[in-house]
Each structure stands twice: as C-alpha cells, then as structure tokens.
Design a protein around this ligand. Structure first.
Ligand code: BG6
Length: 297
C-alpha cells in the first residue's frame, strides 16, 4: 500500500485501508480514542475520544482526490502558511497534499502514537521552496490529540519557513462560542490590513467572517455552550495562533464547503506565521498542538 512499508509493524489498534477517493488512510481504534489519518498530507481527519462527540470537523463537501487539499481535519501547512509570493504556488505550502510515509506506530499506555515523515523530493525541490528538509510528524491519539512537527535542516545552508496546524474544531454553534486565552495578545486582522492591533482585553466571540493572527498566545479555550463542552488548545514552539471562520459569504463561495457548515466549525491554528522559523544546517525545530475536551461546568 502506497506510503506504508511492509516492514512497518502495526499494533492491533492501527490498521491501514483505502478511504474515499482511493486515498490511503490509517484507522486508529485505541483504548482512549479513535482517529483517522490520511497519508496524503499526514492529515488527521477524525479524532473521537471515547464517550465524546467528534472533536475534529470535516466538511461533508470535502474533495478526496490525489493532490487536492481536504476541507477540514488538521491540514499541515508547511513550508509556508497562506499565499506564497511566487505566482501559482499552492496556498499553505505543499506538505498538505504531499504523500507522507508511515515511519512507525506504537501503543503507549492508553495512547496510540503514529510517526509520519516527509523529506525533500524532486517535486519539492522544483517548487517555490527548493530546499533540503526532513519533517517528522508525531500524532498521539489518546484522551488528548497531540501533534508534533519536527523539521530538521539536513542541508548545508540555512532554511526559513512558516508553518501551522490548521486545526478545524467541531463546535455545536460557533455563534454562541467564547474563545479565551487571546485577551492579552496583539493581533493582525487579515481581512483588514497587515497592521498590528493592541490586545482586545476581552474574550473573542465570532460575529462575522474572522481571520486573525494572534501573537504569543497562551493556552486557548473554546467554550461551546450549545455543545455543553470546552475545547482546550495548547501549543509549543508556536509564535502565533490563527483563528478562522469563513461565515456566510465565504462559505457560499467555496466549492468544498457547505453553505451552512460554518456554524459547526472553528479553526484554531498553532503556528509560526508572523515570523519565519530559521534553521542553520543540522538544526531542528518542533511545533506542537494539543487538543483536549472537557464538560462545560
Ligand atoms: C486560513 C487563512 O488559515 O485558511 C484563510 O487564514 C484561508 O485566509 C483559510 O481562507 C482556508 O485556506 P484554504 O486554502 O484551505 O482554503
């Protein structure tokens, strides 16, 4: 099966299969949670802790096809976030549509840990970012979903990149959600200008199309009273958090997004967006995000 070496021994909680569009996926059925990961993009498309509703949102309209970004899940944006100055370069980099390889899978207590990898290739070296790199993504499926993207520079010259976990969270109703943890963070409103705004000093609510980059946030909480739960999003090695909801008009304009689906999702994205990561030869950097669910009290 593409991307899965025969020598990769899988624990009983992990199986490989072919999903929609013929894409290879890993299906995890662990003691504490289940999950699905599509090898194209190393894309988590589902994470469901035992006893909870799904926490990761996928659009019912998502494309599933080779080389086409999925709509929802946790896209890995790398080696650039957003548009690239080179015309025609894909939004959010090539990693989210590249074929990753499974490097390992193991059970650790209640967790199932998958390791996937992507290195430079002829195609990546011909892209807008033609550098040597090795990316190792560790996905821990348990009571928490933890993603760690370790990028190493194996080449002889420094590299710079931007990156993010573009996590689509499932909420019962984004209109009544309250987002905490950003009150003291300056932010850029990408819908308006690249200017930096002073911190708001109050929790964020979503009342229209939202696309903001918050600088140096702490742990972020999404209170979802309609879903009777709180989602907590931690991060490490991340200078920024992007908060995105397309609201009415943008949803209607996207072919892979249902007209009303914006009500049930919110992207909270840990990353290095406002300032690139720079790695000297031999250096590594790790970006992490961790999602947890608790009951709203
Ligand atoms: C967000 C960006 O992170 O991703 C938005 O801030 C963008 O500007 C959105 O529209 C979705 O991107 P894409 O390429 O998956 O449609």
């Amino acid at each position: 099966m593409k991307g899965v070496e025969a020598r990769t021994a899988l624990p009983s909680s992990v199986r490989t299969g072919t999903g929609p569009g013929g894409l290879t996926r890993l299906v995890v059925d662990g003691p504490d949670a289940s999950a699905e990961v599509v090898l194209q993009g190393a894309h988590v498309t589902s994470w469901v802790p035992v006893g909870e509703d799904p926490v990761i949102w996928m659009s019912a309209r998502s494309a599933y096809a080779p080389g086409v970004p999925l709509r929802g899940g946790v896209p890995v944006c790398f080696p650039w976030f957003g548009p690239h100055r080179v015309a025609g370069a894909p939004l959010h980099g090539f990693a989210r549509t590249a074929d990753w390889e499974l490097r390992g899978a193991e059970e650790r207590g209640g967790d199932v840990v998958l390791t996937l990898g992507l290195s430079d290739s002829e195609a990546s070296r011909a892209s807008a970012w033609p550098h040597r790199f090795d990316a190792r993504l560790t996905i821990t499926v348990g009571r928490r979903l933890v993603l760690a993207l370790e990028v190493t520079n194996p080449g002889g010259e420094a590299i710079t990149f931007t990156e993010a976990f573009h996590t689509y969270l499932a909420v019962a109703d984004v209109r009544s959600a309250t987002i905490g943890g950003l009150e003291s963070s300056a932010y850029v409103d990408r819908l308006v200008s690249p200017d930096r705004h002073a911190p708001d000093g109050r929790p964020l609510t979503i009342t229209g199309e939202t696309d903001r980059i918050y600088v140096q946030p702490g742990t972020i909480t999404v209170d979802d009273p309609a879903g009777l739960r709180v989602l907590q999003i931690g991060s490490g090695g991340a200078a920024d958090a992007v908060v995105w909801n397309p609201w009415v008009a943008k949803s209607a304009a996207m072919g892979d997004f249902g007209d009303d689906e914006w009500i049930g999702m919110l992207c909270v994205e840990a990353g290095n967006v406002s300032a690139p990561v720079r790695l000297a030869p031999g250096e590594s950097h790790t970006l992490t995000t961790a999602v947890e669910v608790s009951a709203l009290v």
